[in-house]
Every structure is written in C-alpha cells, then in structure tokens.
Write a protein that binds this ligand. Structure first.
Ligand SMILES: *[C@@H]1O[C@H](CO)[C@@H](O)[C@H](O)[C@H]1NC(C)=O
Length: 188
C-alpha cells in the first residue's frame, strides 16, 4: 500500500516535471492569428534550430507583443505572399512564447533550412542590445521542451539566420550571444 502510494507520488512528480519543462505557449487563437495552411516539415523532428530577430521595436507586455505578432503575420501574408507568419515560434521581451506556425510545420524564415528546422524569432532589434533575460530563458526552455517532446532532434544544430542567407539577422549582439548557447555550430 505504502509502496503504491510512493509510486503514484513519484509518477505525479515526474509528470509535472515534464510539463514544467515546456513553457506556456500563447496559442494562435489567443493572439488572434488569421487561419493558415502550412506544409508539414520534411525532416521531422527537425535537425536545426534557426535564431532570428524581428528587426522591429521590441515589446514588454503581452498586449504589445501580440500586436507585433499580428503585424508580422499580416506583413508575411499580404506583402510577402507567404502562407502564414514565417516563423515557427516567437518570443517577446515579456518572456512569453507565441506560437507561429508551431511544431512540425515547414516555415518561411531561412532558405534551404525551412523544411528541416524550427525558426525562432526573438522580437526586437539586437544589433547592439540583447533580448531580456526572460526572453533568452524562454528560448532555452522552448528548445529544451522540443527536445524532450521529440519535436526537435536531440542532436539538433543551433544557428543564426545569417548562416543561411545574406542578412544581418539575428543582429550582431544576439548572434554573438547564441554562439555560447548549447549546440551552436559554425558549420550548419
Ligand atoms: C527542402 O528544401 C530544399 C531547399 O529549399 C529543397 O531543395 C528540397 O527539395 C526540399 N525537400 C523536399 C523533400 O521537399
């Protein structure tokens, strides 16, 4: 009896630990996404994680971040003619994760990596300044969550957008910072 109780306590503790390792993700319904149909990833779980900045102003409240995420989706769909917002996930200066295309979908963010990567955009311009500590922590939590839920390969390669095409993205300061993040590679 006591042993069974111990086992179920252990199970609940383990289960809540697994849930805790994934950050809360603000859903598309919550931020008011337009409906969109995107292709499944070709390589799933994906082998690469590509870090971006939005090259816009940043945001520190959920309302302001949701406004920016909606504006990115409008720009990507209406001006670029893409099927949806380009990124798989976005992270605000508020430290929250916003679902873009989400897990398992091909993105439109890094030529030749779109069908085998997760594209994560930190909202703001990180040429000389860095994202908030909360945003950086959320990025690590999201990547770890992907690995533990098998939506990112455990041996993924981390890279910046500029390693896929000629762009300043994710900004000099953030690009320097991600070089000390786990699994960064100079040779994606
Ligand atoms: C994945 O994307 C690359 C580059 O964009 C393309 O050459 C390749 O054909 C794609 N793979 C598949 C199976 O669609």
């Amino acid at each position: 009896m006591a042993f069974k109780l111990l086992l179920s306590i252990l199970f609940v503790a383990l289960a809540s630990h697994i849930v805790e390792s994934c950050p809360r993700i603000i859903t598309r319904a919550e931020w008011g996404a337009r409906p969109a149909n995107t292709a499944a990833l070709v390589t799933n779980p994906p082998t690469h994680v590509v870090i971006h900045h939005s090259a816009t102003q940043g945001c520190t409240t959920q309302a302001a971040c949701m406004n920016l995420v909606r504006s990115f989706q409008n720009f990507h769909m209406d001006t670029n003619g893409w099927a949806d917002i380009g990124y798989n996930f976005l992270i605000g200066g508020d430290g929250q994760v916003y679902q873009g295309r989400g897990w398992g979908r091909t993105g439109a963010h890094a030529p030749s990596f779109n069908n085998r990567s997760m594209g994560i955009c930190l909202i703001g311009t990180f040429t000389s300044g860095l994202p908030t500590a909360a945003a950086i922590n959320a990025a690590h939590a999201l990547i770890n969550c992907g690995v533990s839920s098998n939506t990112i390969r455990a041996d993924y390669r981390l890279m910046g957008h500029r390693q896929a095409s000629a762009t300043a993205c994710p900004g000099n300061a953030l690009f320097a910072a991600i070089q000390s993040w786990p699994r960064f590679t100079t040779n994606p």
